[in-house]
Design a protein. Sequence first.
Length: 372
Amino acid sequence: MASARILLCLGTRPEAIKLAPLILALRGREGVDARVLVTGQHRDLAPRALAFFGLAPDRSEAVEGDGREVEALLAALEAAAGRAIDAEVAQGGAADLVVVQGDASSALAAARAAHARGIPVAHVEAGLRSGGLDAPFPEERNRRDIAGLAALHLAPTEGAAANLRAEGVPDDAIHVTGNTGIDALLYTRDRVDRYRWTPAPGRLLVLATVHRRESFGAPIRAVLAALATLAARPDLEVLLPVHPNPEVRGAVDEVLRGRSAVRLVDPLEPPELVAALMASTLVLSDSGGLQEEAPALGKPILVLRDNTERPEGVLAGSAILVGTDTKRIVATAASILDDAELLARMSEPRFPYGDGRSAPHIAALCAAFVAG
């Protein structure tokens, strides 16, 4: 009996991290040939993330022109995904399923390329919705477009599944699986040095990240002003991995460069970021991934956005949506840090996004789908 051929297409570091546990789970199943195709959105970062899990791309494409406009990037990535899929089919025969993850442009590009070739699409982390197409942009648009192309919708939570049903996705095409990002987090947690980012004696570590496109300009400067205020406290130290986008770097240099209690570092590799998360007392971030990871490690998180497609952390009591207003961020952070009871309550590990066993579940669903 021929093996089922499943192509996992990814292009960014977050996709690589969240698909790695699924790749391992699929390759552990008899009768499944799981192939990894990299489209090139994060040409160097994605393969490095895979390598941490002992994985390497089976096929890679290069996309030139980092920083190009959203639609131009999407078109280039769709062409790259199409070339990779065509090469796989030419070499190994027909593909039975293409798997994409999340909301990156590379995920939509691969879904489009697969759909155009008559190959069914499975969407991991399906059904997340913020309620507004411009926040986050283009991720919210990408998610909705992928939903229109997918045959198998792998929703991380009941809320995500409900979103899909409300949009008319057939119930038998939706499966609640948890998020493979938690699988990856727990795998990483057991393999890193948790003391790598220990703050100075007498200080607590605040981990911050900010990079969302909709925050460029005044909003990001307001966030950075809040970090400067928090760093002025004698009991805090701020760790900020600085996103390479010139809009972000320019704002960081303007507002934070040279402050003694602010540690500005280059973007951290996934294991380093998990180590920093483990060492922190409070997290401030506009990252979707950190909204999932912080609750699982018992780290309170202030979400630096006006809305979120991941409301479960807020409902669980691990996250607070604060937006980008300087005074609100500072006041909310202080209310947590200065209230031992509230800090302890928000620091209880919670798992609203999965228990770390999502990948085997999704692998079984993909295999069953292919088997018909």
